[in-house]
Design a protein around this ligand. Structure first.
Ligand code: FAD
Length: 329
């Protein structure tokens, strides 16, 4: 059963976010061989490179909404632009990344278009012919999973969690895939929010939500300076540094690094928890990581309950040893 799927291809500073390509990969699968995959880009003065990247990875039509109102994130403008794409394409489903932006836009778009909404999808099951598609999403901080399906005949708005679904790979040039790139006219509504400036808090490190390796520190790190060995380990592994709320509340690091129920949700290939006890609210943000390593001096710390590998020891001894080994390798 072929479907028409629309992807909101989120970009940042002129580059597509990886989750946009993961949503595109899911869209290709959902659309089926005879279906259509459309992508919509929000641009403010040209998005030719992003459009070409989407086309090379299987988008059949790329719609570019271009307007100065899309420069800084104002939800009303984005909702109008994506809404115009929904009206033009009439998709069976709209896919977005489960990012800060996607989490805000998806329910508002679903409500505005009378659509159903499935949030935070981590896996897609299908029968092969598209007749039975199940969207898997975690519940109760990852303790349970539910499977939701489309009700036929409705448009659906689905957000996909970063780092869980395979990204769309470039198609073989010999296969002769062609894509159309179209301007997408839309009416800019009154904007109720104005962005006066942007403050970057990540000190140029990788985006936590998309990093393959996350080295996280908790209250056991004891000070801001205590994060330095963790940063060295993250650098050696090509990863990013995260934190528990305990560390953020203690002022050891910025809240932008917080992982958990009220922080970011991460699903890296490798998560190294250093001096983190493993409270349920922290597990909500990292328990789906592929491999979890815990370093804690308390052998009874709950984090060992979710860890694949546990090291009982002082993080100030263990972390530099790991870094030195990696640097030697
Ligand atoms: P602690 O629980 O104090 O643990 C510190 C750990 O470090 C201990 O296990 C200790 O054995 C170990 N340790 C100490 N020194 C060393 C050393 N030298 N070497 C090795 N190990 C050492 N928390 C989050 O993380 N994210 C959230 O999003 C979040 N949201 C919340 C929402 C609500 C509504 C509430 C009520 C709480 C939330 N919390 C959240 C807080 C959560 O309940 C915990 O308080 C917090 O996660 C504890 O942080 P921690 O593990 O760093 O600190």
């Amino acid at each position: 059963m072929s479907k028409t799927i629309l992807v909101f291809a989120e970009s940042r500073s002129g580059s597509l976010r990886r989750v946009a390509l993961e949503a595109l990969g899911a869209a290709r699968r959902l659309a089926g061989a005879d279906g259509e995959v459309h992508a919509v880009l929000a641009s403010f003065g040209g998005a030719a490179e992003e459009a070409a990247a989407l086309a090379a990875r299987g988008a059949d039509v790329v719609h570019i909404a271009d307007d100065p109102s899309l420069r800084a994130y104002a939800p009303e403008a984005y909702i109008a632009a994506i809404g115009a794409a929904i009206a033009a394409v009439r998709p069976d489903a709209l896919l977005l990344g489960h990012t800060a932006m996607g989490r805000e836009l998806a329910p508002r778009l679903a409500a505005a278009h009378g659509a159903g909404h499935i949030a935070d999808v981590t896996a897609i099951e299908d029968s092969g012919d598209g007749s039975d598609v199940g969207f898997i999403r975690p519940l109760y901080a990852g303790k349970a999973f539910e499977r939701r399906s489309f009700v036929p005949g409705r448009p659906w708005v689905v957000t996909v969690r970063p780092n869980n679904l395979p990204a769309a790979e470039p198609l073989d040039a010999a296969a002769g895939h062609t894509a159309a790139v179209k301007e997408l006219p839309f009416t800019v509504p009154p904007l109720y929010t104005a962005v006066r400036g942007l403050v970057r808090r990540t000190s140029g490190q990788l985006d936590l939500a998309e990093a393959d390796v996350v080295v996280s520190g908790g209250r056991g790190v004891r000070s801001a300076a205590g994060f330095e060995p963790l940063q060295a380990l993250a650098t050696a592994l090509g990863g990013a540094v995260g934190a528990s709320r305990g560390a953020c509340d203690a002022g050891y690091c910025d809240y932008a690094l917080q992982i958990g129920q009220t922080g970011k949700v991460v699903t890296p290939q490798l998560y190294i928890a250093c001096g983190i006890s493993g409270a349920i609210q922290h597990l909500a943000g990292m328990s789906q990581s592929r491999v979890i390593v815990a370093i804690n001096k308390d052998p009874d710390a709950p984090i060992f309950g979710v860890a694949d590998y546990g090291i009982v020891g002082d993080l100030f001894e263990v972390v530099p040893l790991l870094t030195a080994e990696l640097q030697r390798a």
